[in-house]
Design a protein around this ligand. Structure first.
Ligand code: T1G
Length: 686
């Protein structure tokens, strides 16, 4: 970490360099305070430019310091020292001025930015609120309404919008350093605006805060920080600066130590670590400049759109011209949906579609870098596709299957270059779902695996390497979720109480509502395959529902009944009768939300620990990312493994032993017992 000061005539340029993102470590905070003192004492200096080296302005406090006791100088004091400096400071912003970085800029008398800059206070995404004046100075500068949006959403603004709001004073084209020095030279000659801390917050209309509270609560759901941030913004609008700063700091320090903040920090670092797994360090991925998708159904069309959205030219192959048109129509429908929701403009949708060629001639793939197969989930059908691909594709083309249940190793039998083959398991809808399970076979070359991760970075996905087993990581755990939900059902609960309990835990929907939305026939198909492998999946009620073709919303009934045109689930007498029949002879109990959640979640953790032990997943954090980005597990819980560790693995083992004793779950696996002794899953890898 370095802070250098260069004097350009009467302007001092303070350059911060603390790779990778100029985070506000203790050393940097100290260096900024020292710079203020040094430059205040230098009569020749009329103004100061604060600029950063590297790819971004200060991207916030150093999140890796959060687990430790805060060290002085504390950031509010650093900001106050810049704000009360004798010379005007100009923050010169490029990249991302986020969190504490924007708060430092708010301490400056002026802010200038390049057009590509982004500015924001994302603290709520880390389960905290701004802790160095962001909730107090921002409403004074841009007004309460804009401040509420920026702080409670945590989403950054572009430079143009920031200029409109008055968050920055100028958007500079050309070289930032040169432009900022010119700007500083100009303002040095004139009186500075009053420090933001001395300004008043513009008044708001009656009911503003009450309405804001309703809106923020609706979006935040169970996340605590957004509403606490709103309270701090209101405090800033209704009291003096010092009291508001004190309130903000107390709230910040309290939330920093909270379980939600620990969980969200865990996910923050896990997501970043997932993009560059250590086992692929130094391995150069192949270049992917063109791609193709075989199969234009829901998954194929979504994958084609995701590839197009990343700028790749795409070829979409289907078995004949009629189905090709249907495939292209599926992709077009995706883009029209995005236009309708205002996500993209019509011209962008047209540009995306223009980059997709549809055809039934595999000959079109002679020069394609990557081909992803997304056809019907049948081994013979998939093998036939790869046989054709092996005969037409370049010998160095990467071939991938989007299978979610079949063994990629078995699918790749017969391909001419098995080292160039891997599984790329997208989740529906593939253009939006962030998760990508990357499934290498025994023959997949390291640089091809690295290509899978590079593709994920290109597509903005969260990549997780998964070993080969039935269901890889996510669907294997999902099988346990469903089996456990049925066990609870047959022990006295109802689909509604189970779903309500899982929603109360934080999931967007319960296991039975989710099955009715996705269709019960998909899981039935897998259970059939499992039974052919002599496995005994537990789904007595689901099996009977499928036998009477209750496949969910699409058949007007599954676990619930549905009125035509109405997606609201209604308790079903038919289902209740089947449950009662299947429950005969099973001990019944009264279930509360916590007990239901335990009976479903803790067996998931048990299965996930087996997955870790078998190295189907390499890190517990990877499993957390799979469940958060593929199955709606609440981010603020940190994922099932983080949740279990935070709760205490010894307690998890004890509860599982109780459930097993009652015949309601498998006993804790040996690996989980070992992890419980160490108190952490990482011990399994040692
Ligand atoms: N602290 C520590 N490390 C950080 C960091 C941070 N704030 N931000 C990023 N990193 C690391 C990251 O882990 C990765 O490490 C590397 O930098 C590159 O990140 C008082 C308390 C800035 C938009 O929430 O959003 O200020 O994996 O891969 O895609 O109110 O990083 O290479 O070892 O993400 O170019 C508020 C978080 C903090 C911003 C760049 N700030 N960072 O994205 O790179 S709270 C944030 C980001 C706060 C004050 C409060 C992004 C980025 P490694 P990357 P990128």
């Amino acid at each position: 970490m370095t802070v250098t000061i260069v004097r350009e005539d009467a302007i001092a340029v303070v350059t911060v360099e603390n790779p990778p993102v100029n985070a506000l470590s203790q050393a940097l905070r100290q260096a900024l305070v020292d710079a203020v003192a040094e430059l205040d004492a230098d009569a020749a200096v009329k103004a100061v430019v604060l600029i950063c080296a590297g790819r971004t302005f200060i991207a916030g406090a150093d999140v890796s310091e959060f687990g430790k006791p805060p060290q002085p100088p504390h950031l509010p004091d650093v900001v106050a020292s810049i704000e009360s400096a004798k010379k005007p400071w100009v923050a010169a912003i490029h990249g991302s001025a986020l969190g504490g970085g924007l708060e430092v800029a708010l301490g400056c008398a002026w802010r200038v930015a390049v057009p590509s800059a982004s500015l924001g206070l994302p603290e709520v995404k880390l389960g905290i609120i701004p802790g160095a004046g962001g909730t107090v100075r921002l409403p004074r500068l841009i007004g309460p309404a804009a401040a509420v949006d920026l702080v409670t959403s945590g989403s950054p603004l572009g430079a143009k919008k920031a200029r409109e709001l008055g968050l920055v004073d100028a958007v500079l084209e050309g070289d930032l350093r040169t432009g900022a020095i010119a700007f500083a030279t100009e303002v040095a000659e004139k009186s500075s605006p009053p420090p933001i801390s001395d300004r008043v917050v513009p008044a708001v209309g009656a009911g503003f805060w009450e309405n804001a509270e309703k809106a923020v609560a609706a979006k935040a759901k169970r996340e605590v920080a957004p509403l606490r941030a709103l309270a701090a913004l209101r405090k800033a609008s209704e009291t003096d600066f010092a009291s508001a700063m004190e309130f903000e700091r107390e709230t910040f320090l309290e939330l920093r130590g909270s379980a939600q903040a620990a969980a969200l920090r865990h996910v923050f670092f896990a997501e970043r670590a997932a993009l560059r797994p250590p086992e692929l360090a130094g391995i150069t991925p192949r270049d992917i400049r063109s791609a193709a998708v075989i199969g234009g159904g829901t998954m194929g069309a979504g994958i084609a759109a995701a590839l197009r959205d990343a700028g790749l030219p795409v070829v979409l192959i289907e078995r004949d011209k009629v189905v090709v048109e249907r495939g292209l129509a599926n992709v077009r429908a995706i883009y029209q949906g995005s236009v309708k929701r205002g996500r993209i403009t019509q011209s962008v949708a047209d540009e995306r579609m223009a980059g997709i060629i549809g055809g039934d001639d595999y000959g079109l793939l002679g020069d394609t870098d990557l081909v992803i197969e997304a056809v019907f989930e049948d081994l013979a059908v998939k093998r036939a596709v790869f046989e054709k691909l092996s005969s037409v594709c370049r010998p160095d083309a990467v071939l991938a299957t989007n299978t979610s249940y079949l063994d990629p190793g078995a699918i790749s039998e017969g391909v001419s270059h098995p080292e160039l083959f891997l599984g790329l398991h997208f989740f529906s809808p593939a253009q939006f779902m962030k998760l990508l399970e990357i499934v290498p076979t025994k023959r997949t070359a390291p640089e091809v695996l690295a290509t899978g991760f590079a593709l994920a970075r290109l597509l903005g996905k969260v990549p997780v390497r998964a070993g080969i087993c039935d269901g890889f990581i996510g669907n294997r755990i999902l099988k346990v979720t469903r089996a456990q939900a049925e066990r609870v059902l047959l022990s006295g609960a109802t689909p509604s109480t189970v779903d309500a309990a899982m929603r109360a835990f934080g999931l967007p929907m319960g296991p039975f509502e989710a099955q009715d939305l996705g269709g019960l026939d998909i899981a039935a198909f897998q259970r059939k395959a499992a039974r052919e492998r002599c496995e005994a999946p537990f789904a007595p009620v689901a099996d009977r529902l499928c036998a009477i073709e209750r496949f969910g919303q699409k058949t007007g009934g599954g676990w619930y009944d549905y009125q035509p045109g109405d997606r609201a689930p209604k308790p079903s007498e038919t289902v209740a009768k089947i449950i009662a029949e299947e429950a005969v002879g099973r001990p019944q109990r009264v279930w509360d939300d916590a007990a239901i959640a335990d009976a479903i979640l803790l067996p998931m953790v048990n299965e996930a620990t087996c997955i870790l032990e078998e190295r189907v997943a390499l890190r517990a954090a990877d499993i957390d990312l799979v469940k958060i980005h593929g199955y709606g597990f609440p981010r603020w819980r940190g994922g099932p493994m983080h949740y279990a560790e935070a709760r205490g693995l010894t307690e998890v083992v004890a509860v599982l032993e109780g459930l097993a004793a009652d015949g309601l779950a498998e006993p804790p696996c040996e690996a989980l017992r070992r992890a419980a002794q160490a108190g952490r899953f990482s011990a399994l890898a040692e």
